[in-house]
Design a protein around this ligand. Structure first.
Ligand code: NDP
Length: 244
């Protein structure tokens, strides 16, 4: 891994994605990131990447838009020269009762959490060489659902577990790995550590505290590096023991 590597982090404007972008840059990787609405927050993440001495690029791309997802991968390659690490992180948190679920909500969630991940992996794999990494941010709710209202979210996050196993087989022969990182409760705008559900979530966590986004970024950085060389077709849970 002598040449400077390039990563694309989807949903890198804030939360876990922003922490991943900054950490990969600190590890010597140039970073492109996508965002949906938060242009200024995305620009701030790019500033943090460049402060680490790396090149950064922000691309507006709604993950629900199939063409925009593929275009973001292509722009990464055009402007930063290559793609070595794809981090599928962009996500939403629909918490809705089964009775209230709409077709539009189902379609949008699956488009962002599943279709975009397949398309980004397909587009990135065309350019990746030996050592490529496809890392998808799942959720520990894919394995165990502790409350009602989470069926759609859990289903969408479970889908990427199957996808990741398939990608490991599709791409293993080219030395490209595919792995899911499954966070538990992580202190972001999606799930603030002082939010209305936080005490309930915290009570299930063995270590008694939420993840910091840097906890997820650390695992992604490990997998993106040499340590991840032989980790593929599987998921790694980072949830402070909530699933123990
Ligand atoms: P945040 O809500 O803090 O950030 C979400 C990020 O995703 C933002 O950068 C946002 O961009 C981007 N995003 C959302 N929708 C789209 C879209 N349609 N197209 C492009 N980008 C989009 O969430 P987290 O950082 O907490 O979550 C990141 C990932 O981690 C998600 O996949 C989530 O499901 C997963 N996760 C989070 C957990 C938690 O407790 N926080 C637990 C388990 C998993 P913009 O700023 O432009 O809106």
């Amino acid at each position: 891994m002598s040449e400077t590597r390039v990563a694309l982090v989807t949903g890198g404007s804030r939360g876990i994605g922003a922490a991943i972008a900054q950490r990969l840059a600190a590890d010597g990787i140039d970073v492109a990131l996508t965002y949906e609405r938060s242009a200024e927050r995305a620009a701030e993440t790019v500033r943090r990447v460049t402060a680490e001495g790396r090149r950064g690029l922000a691309v507006q791309a709604d993950s629900a838009d199939a063409e925009a997802v593929v275009a973001a991968v292509e722009r990464t390659v055009t402007e930063l020269g290559r793609i070595d690490v794809l981090v599928n992180n962009a996500g939403i948190f629909p918490m809705v009762t089964l009775e209230e679920l709409t077709v539009a909500e189902i379609d949008r969630t699956l488009a962002i959490h599943v279709r975009a991940v397949i398309l980004a992996a397909q587009a990135a794999a065309r350019h990746m060489t030996e050592g490529g990494r496809i890392i998808t941010i799942g959720s520990n709710l894919a394995e165990r659902v502790p409350a009602p209202g989470l069926s759609l979210y859990a289903a969408s996050k479970a889908a990427v577990l199957g996808l990741t196993r398939g990608l490991a087989r599709d791409l293993g022969g080219r030395g490209i790995t595919s792995v899911v990182v499954s966070p538990g409760s992580t202190d972001t705008e999606m799930n603030p550590a002082d939010g209305p559900h936080a005490d309930g979530e915290r009570s299930a966590i063995a270590v008694g505290r939420y993840n910091d986004p840097s906890d997820i970024a650390g695992m992604v950085a490990y997998l993106a590096g040499d340590g991840g060389r032989h980790v593929t077709g599987t998921a790694i849970t980072v949830d402070g023991g909530a699933s123990a």
